[in-house]
Design a protein around this ligand. Sequence first.
Ligand SMILES: Cc1cc2nc3c(=O)[nH]c(=O)nc-3n(C[C@H](O)[C@H](O)[C@H](O)COP(=O)(O)O)c2cc1C
Length: 197
Amino acid sequence: MKLNIITALSLVTLMMSCGQPVNKEKEEDKKVEEKKEPSAIDVIMNRRSIRSYKPEQIKDNELNTILECGVNAPSALNLQSWEIRVIQNPEILKKIEGSFHNAPTLIVIASAADNFFSPVDCGLLGQNILLAAESMDIGTCVLGNFTAFLNSPEGADVFKSLELSEGYKPLYSIAVGYKNERPEAKPRDKGKIKIIK
Ligand SMILES: Cc1cc2nc3c(=O)[nH]c(=O)nc-3n(C[C@H](O)[C@H](O)[C@H](O)COP(=O)(O)O)c2cc1C
């Protein structure tokens, strides 16, 4: 009788220990699947303009990655006809509160006035910034209206603090920060595409 109980217990233990690794493996697989990096297409399709941010600043290594990706954009003749200013100074940000959706980081992109392709270079730089940020689930919003502020008498102080080189003018800016909203995609007009074969 005693022997039978021991045998039964051993059998139960054996069954439990046999089942465990299989379940564990399945769970590990699930975790790997969940953590799967988004593809470039996922990143492009998921990016949206974010107009509400958490107050917490993004990490320096995240900012560095975003900027590194930015300057790796193509540019005509590799002239890199841009200057980039990153504003994280709370005093400066306070002066422009409201005009950039209160993001904790603001990137100002200035184009070279004497370079015909500079707006293209700057646009490609910016798109790399948007997509690099999105790949880390960091929100961005392109700001055209901030340029008008920088060129207005009220924006003169902030403009000066950018210390842009001679011949460079602010073209547009990008608000950057952790997302506080997840807006739906706006409709796109595919009628603007024509494939000529
Ligand atoms: C050159 C340019 C200027 C823009 N200026 C502003 C702006 O001043 N304020 C703002 O909230 N969004 C601005 N946007 C964001 C657009 O409104 C947004 O990209 C568009 O509505 C499509 O939405 P999505 O980015 O979420 O796909 C600008 C976008 C571009 C490309």
